[in-house]
Design a protein around this ligand. Structure first.
Ligand code: ADP
Ligand code: MG
Length: 396
């Protein structure tokens, strides 16, 4: 059985009157790599600081390796934090920066003292052991050649590696990483993502990785926790969060280009319409009512306009703009509905370009009837079952 490495039970935290964490529950398995993702200001850093003991929660409990740690100072929680700002000592070499945490732990104050400490029995041995360990970690991170440099002589990526190395030499029980890559340029960030995932496999330690970047979150770990306004609103694999969002905020946050959110209605018979198109969905809501229907850009099909389109379940729109991203196209289509203009976004591979016509032209819009997410006006996901047999026509 897997044991939980870090467990949070009903964590609440306020700054003044502002609730920053609301009843956060989370259970991270030993050795797991969990990504915590959410927009800026949603409480991610605060949550990490509570776990590390740098901040005290107002109520609720933190457990590490099965033990309550609420009374323990940060040092005693056996956890390393890695920040976006590298927090290296600028006047020390890379080697000294990495040595410091071990020196503090293994040598008494007197032993660390220059001059006196050097001559105490055993000091040399301790320093040699530390140097060996530093070299091993440095090699693992490919910074072995940089040990005698100062932080100012390093690139951003190298500094981040040193910061990581300094955390690693302590062999902590868990690593908490707060947007560690956000100061790096886009290319390096992609490289470092893969390296961190690889490092996690080799270290077999528990990682909590915080980011506001949904692409990063989708690519790094087996499970992600999506946080909004101080709450964890969904926890699951990247696929679950993308394909089965439980909350409109999650649906909007994950995915690029973002999901379409379109006006829908549930009839008194419990069936769904989106714009003017009827779908055979059964929605568990007391109809008639308005709903918000989410559909991902890849589940929207654009065709040339033709007679009979509406009868086959299509909508009429006008192609406003087409973006060529190389490996795919993104089309922006205006749809008029009840006096408002809506934009529907579609993405598709270049081989489908011939269907579409040129900007300004009338087009047909087909929503994939199996891929509609129905949300209440308040944004909660409603259970809706897609029609078993196609009850509306499809674009061909
Ligand atoms: P994130 O890391 O997701 O961007 P934070 O945890 O840093 O979010 O902040 C969450 C909220 O708490 C924000 O609204 C922020 O302004 C507020 N906050 C964070 N730290 C403090 C503090 N020390 N005093 C008052 N408000 C704070
Ligand atoms: Mg933060």
């Amino acid at each position: 059985m897997t044991r939980s490495a870090i467990a949070l039970s009903r964590i609440d935290k306020k700054y003044g009157v502002t609730s920053v964490l609301r009843s956060v529950e989370l259970d991270i398995e030993e050795g797991e790599f969990l990504t915590l993702v959410g927009p800026s200001g949603c409480g991610k850093s605060t949550l990490l600081r509570v776990i590390a003991g740098l901040e005290m929660q107002d109520s609720g409990n933190v457990f590490i390796a099965g033990r309550p740690v609420d009374h323990l100072r940060p040092k005693l929680r056996d956890i390393a934090m890695v920040f976006q700002s590298y927090a290296l000592y600028p006047h020390m070499t890379v080697e000294d920066n990495m040595t410091m945490p071990l020196l503090m732990r293994r040598m008494s104050f007197v032993r660390r003292f220059p001059g006196v400490g050097r001559w105490m029995p055993g000091s040399r041995r301790i320093r040699e052991d530390i140097a060996t360990e530093i070299r091993a970690v440095a090699d693992q991170l490919q910074i072995g050649g940089l040990l005698s440099r100062k932080p100012a002589q390093l690139s951003g990526g190298q500094r981040q590696r040193v910061a990581l190395g300094r955390a690693m030499v302590r062999r902590p029980y868990a690593f908490l990483m707060d947007e560690p890559l956000s100061n790096l340029d886009a290319r390096l960030r992609v490289e470092m993502r893969a390296e961190l995932a690889d490092l996690h496999r080799r270290l077999e330690a528990t990682f909590i990785y915080v980011t506001h970047d949904q692409v990063e979150a989708m690519t790094m770990s087996r499970r992600i926790a999506v946080m909004m306004d101080g709450e964890i609103v969904q926890l699951g694999t990247p696929e679950e969060v993308y394909n089965d969002p439980q909350d409109l905020r999650v649906a909007r946050f994950i995915g690029s280009p973002p999901i379409n959110v379109l006006p829908g209605k549930v009839t008194s018979a419990g069936t769904l319409s989106v714009f003017t198109a009827d779908f055979g969905y059964r929605v568990s809501a007391d109809g008639p009512c308005r709903v918000q229907v989410g559909v991902r850009p890849e589940d929207v099909e654009i065709t040339e306009f033709r007679i009979g389109l509406i009868e086959t379940g299509g909508l009429q729109g006008r192609l406003r703009h087409l973006e060529n991203l190389g490996n795919e196209y993104v089309a922006y289509v205006d749809v008029d509905f009840e006096g408002d203009q809506w934009t529907v976004v579609s993405r598709f591979p270049p081989r489908e370009l011939h269907r579409i016509g040129s900007p300004g032209a009338p087009v047909g819009v087909f929503l994939n009837e199996d891929k509609l997410f129905v949300f209440s006006e308040a944004g909660g996901r409603l259970s809706a079952s897609a029609p078993t047999k196609s009850s509306i026509g499809r674009a061909s």
